[in-house]
Design a binder for this molecule. Sequence first.
Ligand code: NDP
Length: 483
Amino acid sequence: MPNVSSNYVAGEWVGSDAAIENRNPSELSDIVGTYSQATADQLEQALGAARSAQAVWAKSGLEARYAALMAIGTELMQRSGELGELLSREEGKPRAEGVGEVYRSGQFFTYFAAEVLRQIGDTADSVRDGIEIDVRREPVGVVAVISPWNFPTATASWKIAPALAFGNAVIWKPANLTPASAWALTEIIARQDLPPGLFNLVMGSGREIGQRLIDSPLIDAISFTGSVDVGRGIAASAVANMTKIQLEMGSKNPLVVMDDADLDLAVQCAAGGAYGGTGQKCTASSRLIVHEKVHDGFVEKLADAAGNLRVGHALAEGTQIGPVASEAQLEANLGYVRIAVEEGAKPILGGDRLRLGTDGYYMAPALFAGTRNDMRVNREEMFAPIACVIKVGSYDEALATANDTDFGLTSGIVTTSLARANHFRRHSKTGCVMVNLATAGTDYHVPFGGRGNSSFGPREQGRYAAEFYTSVKTAYVNSGTPR
Ligand code: NDP
């Protein structure tokens, strides 16, 4: 029997009869570990313990919360090399990106440690004489955190850190594809001085343990990042219990390249945005909207750049694009390559499965030209290293095309015109907009989120995170002292 990594429930590490094997997508013979699947009973225990622990934590005082978050963040940063390698081994992103993700996760914890001490409310005079008003934030209660596999540590950290900072308990259901990173973060959190049950890890399939978690009336709030379909299901379940929700879902981010753009910069933004993280980023640039005057030169340069990207084992020196994370994702990606061809897109480069030195889910980054915005490959999120170029004749057409989507997470424009950059910044219908930058790549201290099918509920990250993780209370006090 292999060593099975347990779940963490009510302050104890607990095993179960069911476990899954976690395989390295760069090298399928490499088993990263075996992870226990939480039972329904364990989830019930977690729910009960979280409620009691939250009441203790809410009274624990600011410095206890600050100390715990600082310790978690500091350890993540100090161990980012080791834990980043583990992340890359199970998810497939190049080692530098895995290390960067763990370091960034540490920054989410230290940022929210500081926010613990910055919880300052408002005061107001009443319209009635002798009455004073104060408005303060209180914890929302027990928060379910449901996270995806593509940023297994960072996404979870930007939810868990504010949840704990604002005095809540957490039950975390990570993606079953990346349990090693979840377990490693939990192991750090479990060593802190927290009330037993304040933080719980329940690994298992989304359809089973995840669904039970979101259906529970004992949950006060659900923070979810994942696909639109699952997000819709969560919203429907939450309504039944009047649970507060925050959903971050898919996207179809446009990068506009104008006729006055610095083409080298445009290519750098497009290649990084479309192919970085094997295209498995919710902020990836999958629609490249290019002005006809620079179209041919841009496509040629991007094909060159994409063709030179080194696809390989996530942990090999020099790898720029790791494998696709799973077999199902690879099949879906290759399916979209076929759909693009069937829809009449012009294949410029890549799109094939690659057989490299190790047996993994490798794919050559793909570039298509001659695509229209109404094609499936430009409407549906692919989550793949596939970029589609749409040729346009003017800035107005570029903006209209960029905004013609069901999603609205990020967008970008490459231009040397300040006027156009400003116009785009104001009129792009997305939550985040980039000028002369890739659509992917955001900071940790400012709000993150989108519009349309990309997001639902209050923003994540930065000071805006307080909206979701707290409930506002307005107190009226009749002090008996007239004005
Ligand atoms: P999924 O929606 O399939 O899964 C996300 C999480 O939800 C996983 O933990 C999954 O568990 C769980 N889950 C699945 N079904 C249910 C259910 N019925 N009830 C409760 N939980 C459930 O997304 P992926 O993991 O495939 O992640 C990729 C998606 O995430 C992409 O669409 C991407 O755009 C989006 N994403 C969005 C971001 C944003 O900020 N907007 C950032 C990063 C990713 P399990 O995996 O075990 O089934």
